[in-house]
Design a protein around this ligand. Sequence first.
Ligand code: AOF
Ligand code: ZN
Length: 379
Amino acid sequence: MTDREFMERAIELAGRGRGWTNPNPLVGAVIVKDGRIIGEGWHARWGELHAERNAIRSLRESAEGATLYVTLEPCCHYGRTPPCTEAILEQKIARVVIGSRDPNPKVSGKGAAILRQAGVTVEEDFMREACDRLNPVFFHFITTGTPYVVMKYAMTADGKIATRTGASKWITGEAARQKVQELRWSYMGILAGIGTVLADDPLLTVRKEGRRNPIRIICDSRLRLPLDSKLCRTADQVPVIAACASGAAAGDPEFTARKKALEERGVRVLEVPDSPEKVNLGELMKQLGRENIDSILLEGGGRLNESALRAGIVREIREFIAPKLFGGGGRSPVEGPGVETPDQAFPLELTEISRIEEDLLLSWKVIDGKEKKICLQES
Ligand code: AOF
Ligand code: ZN
């Protein structure tokens, strides 16, 4: 086997932690001696051992003189676990091949430097792009402190997310809907608007055994979340956060009563400052980041989606396209006032096209994440 194949194996192992390590990264490690894999490990769950230590734990023979392939620079700090660099040196590993750099200021180059100083041969940036693809969420969260937001919608070939009457079950086929379930357990939070909740009464959970549910966050400026909604009725089992505008809350006794009733049912009410009627999404992201929520799947309706784009919080879009047409005045995935001229458009970059049975999945990166200063005409 070659260096590439060992790193590919480490990448594959890293993926096994998906949905469990947040807000920590996905990391995989392989220990090789005389061309044979003698140890393997990955970071399996937040708070548990790092990939390198799990690989070392799996050893059945000495790793003296061996090579360690690891998808992320080994850490050198005392966090929830002791530094991986120490474990590597204790094992007398001779060579370390690293994929991604760790932008965590506590590590960031220091891990590699410590190993070099101790006489270990260190290679950095090996298959870096492939390794970096494991952790867009971690890289974003550790450097900004705000969650990585992925907007998801399913639409017809003529760009509708619902028919004229508002019906939307179903647009895509079974396999594409399974893929959405996977997105839900891959990210820590799921964000929807109160309009969607009032119209569809969704549960927003993962229907798959042994998978973690995302924290359900509802953008609900005036706190209209019904007490008998499925979300409210399950809030004691799967967390629900209702994000409301602090301006709407101020001095309204009815609002205070609704807030109390929701809290009694286990819903967390977050008052988001600085926007009189609407939830300030940039501010909401800061608050959620402070609670260690590193990633959010945005399953908004058209208005929330547009506000999120305009607030500059969306990093990626997953667009499912079904082979059918609705026509008429059906709803669009991005509504709101929109832009006035084509040069004001939100620019995207296509990163992946895949076919999921009869449907298409396009993945887009949002080019300019910064707040868009466009001239809006109030509708
Ligand atoms: C590694 N290997 O498998 C992981 C690393 O909270 P802790 O103690 O688990 O530390 C988390 C930090 O350690 C995280 O922010 C990142 O910089 C690094 N994660 N490093 O060498 C691993 N998961
Ligand atoms: Zn570590």
